[in-house]
Design a protein around this ligand. Structure first.
Ligand SMILES: CCCCCCCCCCCCCCCCCCCCCC(=O)SCCNC(=O)CCNC(=O)[C@H](O)C(C)(C)COP(=O)(O)OP(=O)(O)OC[C@H]1O[C@@H](n2cnc3c(N)ncnc32)[C@H](O)[C@@H]1OP(=O)(O)O
Ligand SMILES: NC(=O)C1=CN([C@@H]2O[C@H](COP(=O)(O)OP(=O)(O)OC[C@H]3O[C@@H](n4cnc5c(N)ncnc54)[C@H](OP(=O)(O)O)[C@@H]3O)[C@@H](O)[C@H]2O)C=CC1
Length: 467
């Protein structure tokens, strides 16, 4: 439902709605936005709006949540659990409600390796937790949060697990479907390939790598990167709304909305395609040439952070200071490291999700509906998707013009020349300081050079023989 920001998207200039605007310029007349605030009693919905909702609504799609990984527990609990309970209460007053679709996350149970389409017992009884945190000061809650969330990485996944349990409790009174998307990425086909409008999940990582800021990150090359295009999630959600309303399942049906078990792709492959895509379609004003690597080795990552992040940031900030400007690069890197640190849990391991209900739902759709509400990720071509995703971050997140690509390429060439010059100067400096002053360093240097020369002569000789 969201707050009234919805209107900004619908009536405003968002390119997401270009196609629907073309097909049906008056489409906005079909939409009635309702103002709400999840942190307020009864969700702060006005009595007139409550009246309208209870008399008109057939299906609820409950998406509103805080998705921040660093949300204080009390706030996350309020937004993701208590607000869900309030919406369920409101849903029970709705005279014509046919289905309640709750958007959870595939990582709600990320403390398990294999995740079935069932609701697992909650880590704690939600009501008990809400009651006990109510009287506690924020500082105490903060202290006990790590103990409470246990083997989950953050308050987000913890509260999303509790929310599932709250929703399940109402399944005798409402027809309920729960959608669990994995890592939501840019659109695959609808309304056009590559649409994305935020820095969440991998998008911020891709952009930071494309800008040449991010050069290293901890991730497992061979772990499955369970990205799911946003239009697949929406299509599945709509289809689940239809199925729930028509078939009225007795228990809440859970749909793991994932790609890993059906059409797996790995972080190592993503790295390769992201980097080559940004080399073909560079972002404007890159800090350095895009050249990022993932590694699962902690020490290696720390080494590259020092050499490829902190050292260039220090030099650049020194340059800014000397030219009378405010240093900023170190601050940017500190924020980046904080964000990356919160994502590494998800990129360093993999999970197996069972997605039988996704298949079951597909089998219930008519061939025409299967096309209109396509969520068959077997057809997803990953390299093409990643290319469109990277172009999408450029066009729709950073609002860069594709016609400026030649200038961006020129900028990368300039950066390459700066790097060559810098490396040459560094080599000369090292030569002057170490090699020219010490006999032993000189001997090692001559030894290395003669070894290289011998190798070269050997290869030349052997290639002449084979010819
Ligand atoms: C080596 C590289 C190789 C490259 C190739 C790639 C190879 C593969 C590599 C592996 C990839 C792994 C990906 C795994 C993803 C797993 C996700 C699991 C998802 C679980 C699924 C879910 O169930 S779902 C929810 C997902 N939930 C999020 O994903 C929110 C996270 N996030 C936050 O929890 C907060 O964001 C956090 C961070 C605390 C900061 O918090 P913070 O307070 O410091 O900063 P803010 O977020 O408030 O941002 C303040 C302003 O910075 C702007 N900004 C933000 N990022 C920016 C950026 N990169 N560049 C420029 N600008 C940026 C922003 O737009 C704001 O701008 P403004 O102020 O104008 O609005
Ligand atoms: N992004 C992802 O990778 C994944 C997301 N999900 C789930 O999908 C759902 C949507 O997530 P996503 O679109 O990514 O996240 P967004 O942050 O973009 O959307 C969250 C929505 O919740 C609303 N909201 C947040 N706080 C309040 C509040 N206090 N009062 C009223 N409304 C509020 C926001 O309204 P406003 O726009 O006004 O701020 C926004 O419409 C969430 O339930 C999330 O858990 C699941 C798996 C993956």
């Amino acid at each position: 439902m969201g707050r009234l920001v919805w209107t900004k998207y619908l009536w405003g200039t968002s390119r997401l709605f270009d196609r629907v605007r073309e097909d049906n310029p008056d489409f906005h007349q079909k939409i009635v936005p309702i103002s709400s605030e999840l942190t307020q009693p009864a969700l702060a919905i006005s009595p007139e709006d409550v009246e309208r909702l209870t008399s008109c609504v057939n299906i609820i799609f409950h998406c509103a949540a805080t998705i921040r990984f660093d949300e204080p527990l009390k706030h996350a609990l309020q937004l993701n659990v208590m607000a869900t309970q309030q919406l369920l209460n409101l849903a029970q007053q709705m005279h014509h409600l046919q289905a309640f679709i709750h958007i959870s996350t595939a990582y709600a149970n990320c403390n398990r390796r294999h995740i079935d389409e069932i609701i697992y017992p909650p880590p704690v009884e939600p009501k008990k937790l809400i009651d006990s945190l109510e009287w506690m000061e924020d500082s105490i809650v903060c202290d006990i949060t790590p103990r409470l969330i246990g083997d989950r990485p953050n308050t987000y996944t913890y509260t999303k697990a509790l929310a599932e349990c709250v929703v399940q409790k109402e399944s005798s009174k409402l027809s309920i479907g729960i959608i669990r998307p994995s890592i939501v990425g840019a659109s695959w086909q609808e309304p056009f390939p590559g649409w994305i409008d935020n820095f969440n999940g991998p998008s911020g990582v891709f952009i930071a790598a494309g800008k040449g800021i991010l050069r290293t990150m901890r991730a497992n090359n061979d772990a499955v990167a369970d990205l799911i295009p946003v239009d697949v999630v929406i299509n599945l959600t709509l289809a689940a709304g239809w199925y729930t309303a028509v078939h009225r399942p007795k228990a809440a049906l859970v749909y793991n909305c994932t790609t890993g078990g059906i059409n797996p792709f790995h972080w190592g492959e993503i790295e390769h395609h992201v980097m080559s895509s940004f080399k073909r379609n560079p972002l404007e004003q890159a800090f350095r040439r895009p050249n990022a690597n993932i590694t699962s080795n902690y020490l290696m990552n720390q080494y590259w952070i020092l050499v490829s992040h902190k050292f260039p940031a220090l030099i650049y900030d020194l340059y800014l200071r000397l030219s009378g400007q405010k240093p900023q690069m170190m601050r940017i890197f500190n924020r980046l490291h904080k964000a990356i640190g919160l994502l590494e849990y998800f990129s360093s391991q993999d999970w197996e999700w069972n997605s039988e209900n996704m298949n079951m739902l597909m089998s219930h759709l008519s061939p025409e509906d299967r096309k209109t509400f396509n969520f068959d990720v077997r057809q997803l071509n990953w390299p093409e998707y990643i290319e469109n995703y990277c172009i999408g971050t450029k066009k729709y997140v950073l609002n860069e013009d594709m016609s400026d690509i030649p200038a961006a390429r020129q900028h990368l060439r300039k950066l390459r020349n700066i790097r060559y010059t810098f490396n040459t100067l560094l080599l000369v400096f090292i030569w002057r300081v170490f090699i020219a002053r010490s006999q032993m360093a000189r001997n090692i240097w001559y030894f290395v050079v003669s070894l290289c020369f011998k190798f070269l002569s050997y290869f030349r000789a052997s290639s002449t023989l084979t010819n």
